[in-house]
Design a protein around this ligand. Structure first.
Ligand SMILES: NC(=O)c1ccc[n+]([C@@H]2O[C@H](COP(=O)([O-])OP(=O)(O)OC[C@H]3O[C@@H](n4cnc5c(N)ncnc54)[C@H](O)[C@@H]3O)[C@@H](O)[C@H]2O)c1
Length: 342
């Protein structure tokens, strides 16, 4: 694959597939904020949505095969619904394009492995959209732990609280809270503390009764046992009264490193009723920087001829833990992650 030089006309030409919440954001970044990249095409099943995301004069349309046949397209961002990722990934890989794919590749391990095998056969670069690894706070937590600043990890704890549950239409095809949402926490846990060997899930429907009929939950505690001997807990809920609340805490031999919840501003209002601060409403605001930095990292890796990260192993290993968590919830018992290893 021959790739262009940063900032030039020859910058890497990108196609964005799926122009909803995430695709539109990636398209906007690629059209002007990512060094070494340019947005050349946007495809969506809804032509009007594609046109709305065609920033900077990019072409838009509904015909994916035609877009993939365009030699100006050297790389793709896949931001279609999760149920279509594997199909889109395989088509892009067979067309020889470098691939950045939103998480997860698929909701089950077999489809994920099949799609990633096509990527491997094609020899195209691949990055999975585990954006938290590129959040400045979370990345610093990981760096400090990897550098051994506080010694061995003994406990990992994360909390991810969404402001509101997803609508029923989304839940029906999402694959459930573990593969759709907790997978971000799982990936951070793996990134920081290493591989997970066994999980135990405890879940309840306390917020959105319609989740019951999809076998899903909105409130979950997932305990993790790491290969290193460390233990962890991931606490997730689909409701807060105060926006998106994300924290990570890594307890080590000689102290702990913590990424606290971010606020929209650093303003505090002091009054008779107490002290009030702002909050960030949801993921598009909270991870504004990370969504840009992760794609910049992808482009920089392509230009340097390096392997983008997180790659195929992380796409499948984080899913493997999420699938084990889903099984643990269903069976009401701990599940070994290796149970799902072929
Ligand atoms: N990394 C993150 O933090 C994060 C956050 C939200 C969503 N996601 C992931 O991003 C993906 C998209 O989520 P979203 O919230 O943007 O969804 P969305 O529903 O807002 O957007 C999906 C878009 O895909 C389009 N689409 C449907 N069928 C298509 C087809 N055959 N070809 C091309 N486009 C098609 C839809 O018209 C829609 O515009 C999901 O896989 C989700 O898991 C990741």
């Amino acid at each position: 694959m021959s790739l262009g030089k940063a900032g030039s006309e020859a910058a890497i030409g990108f196609l964005v597939i799926g122009a909803g919440r995430m695709g539109k954001l990636h398209a906007r970044h690629l059209a002007g904020a990512v060094d070494g990249a340019r947005l050349v095409r946007v495809v969506d099943a809804d032509g009007a949505a594609a046109a709305r995301a065609a920033y900077g004069g990019a072409e838009s349309g509904t015909d994916l095969a035609a877009a993939l046949a365009d030699p100006v397209v050297q790389a793709v961002v896949i931001a279609s619904p999760t149920t279509l990722h594997a199909e889109h990934l395989m088509a892009a890989a067979r067309a020889g394009k470098a691939i950045f794919c939103e998480k997860p590749v698929a909701q089950d391990l077999a489809s994920t492995a099949e799609a990633l095998a096509v990527v491997a056969d094609a020899g195209v670069p691949f990055q999975i959209g585990f954006n938290r690894r590129y959040d400045p706070g979370f990345a610093e937590v990981a760096r400090a732990v990897h550098a051994g600043e506080l010694g061995r990890v003994e406990m990992f704890r994360s909390q991810s609280s969404d402001p509101t549950p997803p609508p029923e239409g989304y839940v029906a095809t999402s694959g459930g809270i573990y593969v759709d949402s907790v997978i971000h926490d799982i990936d951070m846990a793996r990134f920081v503390a290493g591989e997970v060997t066994r999980v135990t899930a405890l879940g309840r429907v306390l917020v959105a009764p319609y989740l019951e009929k999809h076998g899903d939950v909105d409130t979950s505690i997932l305990t993790l046992e790491f290969a290193s001997g460390a233990i962890g807990v991931l606490q997730n809920t689909r409701r807060t009264a105060y926006g998106y609340d994300l924290r990570v805490e890594v307890h080590c031999e000689r102290g702990k490193v913590v990424s606290e919840a971010e606020r929209a501003t650093n303003v505090w209002r002091y009054g008779e009723g107490g002290i009030r601060g702002d909050y960030v409403y949801y993921f598009l605001e909270r991870f504004r920087d990370a969504y840009l930095v992760e794609v910049q990292a992808f482009v920089s890796a392509l230009l340097a001829g390096e392997r983008p990260t997180p790659g195929p192993e992380d796409a499948i290993e984080s899913l493997r833990v999420a699938v084990a968590a889903r099984a643990s919830l269903g069976r009401g018992e701990p599940v070994h992650v290796a149970e799902n290893r072929e």
